[in-house]
Design a binder for this molecule. Structure first.
Ligand code: ADP
Ligand code: MG
Length: 700
């Protein structure tokens, strides 16, 4: 049960003065995801984005165009709109020693204006100054009070992100009440961390941010801001640590082997494993040999060679006498994996089958029978595999490729199959370490840094799309010389024609130059057609493949050495990086042409610049995080709500690791959160809505 001390924070917002159903509705859209209950707590967690400091006074003459200033002025005269022009603005003229300014109001009631601005009164007004024909005016000042009164008002006022229809004043008032209702909670952070980081208490930190003495406190680097970020990280990491403890349990199994199959595969590989691959394999095999379940994330940039690592793990599972499943996000990828792996599996005498939605009738029945009997050791397929009644003889290992396309939902479905199999998740999205911790804190991580030896760098250029004819010419000579080219057409914006049409049109234009050499693959093609198009490209029967972005993450055509990306400005950084990774896989030098439509926005320009500067996926991911915050990387863009509310990953990343270590330490020393600090930590979990995690605590 939630501790009663939190009750005031979990009350409905309508318990606050000035918050009726209408305002509550606005707050609901502003503060929480749809379907979630809005609480007083959510107001507390809505931090200001800036502040107005009215202590700094300026003079009329020196106030610059467009700046927000606070002036001390004497009210001179009123100029209401004339009868002939009732829609004209109401003006109040005021002045200081340096000049005159008009305070302008539209649709103002004269009585209200006279009351607010008594002639002769010295007042403090603030708002945006506009100069026109040598005259200054301020339209709807956002603050106006007699000087004598203003001295008693808070002159530093936080500014909050708002939504249409909600005024800053109403919001500030509601937040003020929420603060008053905030109880003093016992400290849940380890005293050493509190000291080292000079963290103020939880309540104190909220007060300092919502009622800042100056801008310095709103700085993400200020102790109160860091304190709250840490609280959020700690709740997140503690919840993940609890779920990790639960899913691991002791009910995994040891998967060991004599290395016979591994040796045969190694022998059959046309290359030596890189050091990074060897050590990732080592970590994975060690996990598999442990009695606990493996939950491991294998992170490796596009082309880093993750598939072989997975193969080794699956071979070990076969040695241990259990089956493995390799899940790919798409049919094309499943087929590619199956055909790439079957060569080595044959060499090792491991039976591999591919099972997708496309298998029907007799062949499907045969495959299902082989899987059930245990004859098939490795099953490759799409996640559809898990939504159906496929019975395994003994499933011991699940490998998921390209995690970022799998949601949490699939992950759960997957856990339910098989007798708690070991889990290896491979992702080519080079998620920065902080995000790995935030999203997968329950998993161990192996990283495949760098690429296999012998890879040539990819020359990347960004060109305005008017250069298209040049590109077409250059591609002509490249394919003469035997090069293979990807041509990517992006998803188009709604108002335009469909992305399919865009790709079809591009293909037909290119066919005017290169005829039969041009292939096309897009999302709405049937499975077999896609395969055929990809196969033709892979085998060199076509030299250019025009694709919508479906050119699947992970498709491997080592001979392809050029990629052209149209409307590159519409792609996110990690998408561009993924796409570029289609080339540079063989031993030829490769190039990537980013075509954009000018003018480029600031962010788009920054993205293209980074693409030209580096090929390092991890650096790109870090830059991406800086450019747009964590949102999309964690797939939270759709909901419009950030993954963290108080913490900003781009500023507080260092605290995440501290929180992770702290969470693990806590559970090691106080596994049931029974100590005094443990109790406080339970409160923390409730505060951040981690009720699920607390259930884990009680049941196990
Ligand atoms: P990804 O990590 O993107 O899934 P893949 O596993 O598809 O990468 O590997 C990309 C390419 O690199 C494949 O053609 C693969 O055969 C090759 N490859 C993998 N490991 C090595 C290695 N150690 N040396 C040379 N080439 C390798
Ligand atoms: Mg891959």
């Amino acid at each position: 049960m939630r501790p009663t001390c939190l009750d005031p924070l979990f009350a409905a917002v309508t318990t606050l003065d000035g918050v009726g159903p209408k305002v509550a509705g606005l707050l609901q859209t502003l503060l929480v995801r749809s379907g979630q209950t809005l609480r007083v707590r959510d107001l507390l967690f809505h931090l200001p984005s800036g502040l107005i400091d009215r202590r700094r006074r300026e003079e009329v003459l020196s106030a610059s165009q467009g700046s927000i200033v606070t002036l001390t002025v004497r009210i001179d005269r009123h100029l209401p709109p004339g009868r002939a022009q009732p829609s004209a603005p109401y003006r109040v003229f005021a002045q200081d020693e340096t000049g005159e300014i008009a305070l302008t109001y539209f649709r103002a009631k004269p009585a209200w204006m006279e009351n607010l601005f008594p002639v002769g009164e010295t007042m403090l007004v603030s708002g945006k100054v506009e100069w026109f024909n040598g005259r200054a005016q301020m339209v709807h000042p956002d603050f106006a009070a007699p000087l004598a009164e203003a001295e008693n008002l808070s002159l530093v006022e936080p500014i909050y992100p708002l939504t249409a229809g909600l005024s800053g004043k109403v919001l500030r008032r509601a937040i003020g009440q929420a603060l008053e209702k905030t109880p003093d909670l016992s400290e849940w952070i380890e005293p050493g961390v509190v000291r080292k980081q000079t963290f103020p208490g939880f309540r104190r930190s909220l007060e300092r941010l919502h009622d800042p003495a100056d801008g310095a406190e709103l700085d993400p680097a200020s102790p109160p801001a860091r304190r709250l970020a840490y609280d959020e990280f700690l709740a997140n990491q503690l919840a993940l640590a609890l779920s990790r403890r639960k899913t691991r349990g002791a009910s995994g199994r040891r998967l060991e082997g004599d290395g016979r199959l591994l040796a045969r595969i190694k022998h059959a590989l046309p290359f030596d494993l890189t050091e990074a691959q060897a050590s990732a394999i080592c970590e994975i095999l060690a996990d598999m040999a442990k009695p606990e379940r493996m939950l491991r994330l294998l992170q490796g940039d596009v082309g880093a060679g993750k598939t072989v690592v997975a193969l080794m793990a699956m071979a070990r599972a076969a040695e241990a006498g259990v089956q493995s499943v390799l899940l790919a996000p798409t049919e094309i990828l499943a087929r590619q994996h199956a055909s790439g792996l079957s060569r080595f599996c044959e060499a090792a005498g491991i039976r591999l089958d591919i099972l997708t939605g496309r298998d029907t009738g007799r062949s499907r029945a045969d495959k299902l029978a082989r899987i059930e009997s245990g004859e098939t050791r490795i099953v490759v397929g799409t996640h559809a595999l898990f939504q159906e009644a496929v019975a395994y003889h003994d499933l011991g290992l699940v490998v998921v490729d390209e995690q970022h396309r799998f949601g949490v939902h699939q992950r759960i479905q997957l856990q339910e199959k098989g007798a708690r199999p070991d889990l290896l998740v491979m992702t080519a999205t080079p998620i920065p370490r902080t995000l790995v911790l935030a999203a997968f804190g329950d998993m161990d991580v192996s990283r495949l840094a760098g690429k296999p030896k012998g890879r040539k760098p990819i020359a990347t250029v960004a060109l305005a799309d008017e250069r298209l004819p040049d590109i077409v010419r250059r591609i002509g000579s490249a394919i003469e010389a035997g090069d293979r080219v990807y041509w990517v057409c992006p998803l188009v914006e709604e108002s335009e024609k469909s992305d399919l049409t865009a790709a079809e049109e591009r293909a037909s234009v290119l066919r005017q130059f290169f005829g039969e050499k041009v292939g096309l693959v897009h999302g709405r093609m049937k499975g077999e057609e896609k395969d055929a198009a990809m196969a033709a490209f892979k085998e060199g029967r076509t030299a250019i493949i025009v694709a919508t972005t479906v050119i699947e993450v992970g498709v491997d055509v080592p001979d392809a050495s050029i990629i052209v990306i149209e409307h590159a400005e519409r792609f996110g950084l990690s998408q561009l990086h993924q796409l570029r990774g289609r080339v540079g896989r063989g031993d030829k030098p490769s190039s990537c042409v980013l075509l954009y439509r000018p003018p480029l926005g600031e962010t788009a320009a920054a993205r293209l610049k980074i693409m030209r500067e580096t090929e390092d996926g991890f650096r790109i991911a870090e830059e991406d995080l800086k450019l747009r915050g964590e949102g999309d990387l964690l797939g939270t863009q759709q909901s419009g709500m950030p993954f963290f509310r108080l913490a900003k990953l781009e500023h507080h990343a260092d605290l995440m690791e501290v929180a992770r270590d702290d969470a693990r330490l806590i559970l090691a020393t106080d596994p049931d959160l029974k100590s005094e600090r443990g109790e406080a930590l339970r409160t923390l979990l409730y505060l951040f809505g981690k009720d699920e995690a607390i259930k884990l605590l009680r049941s196990g």
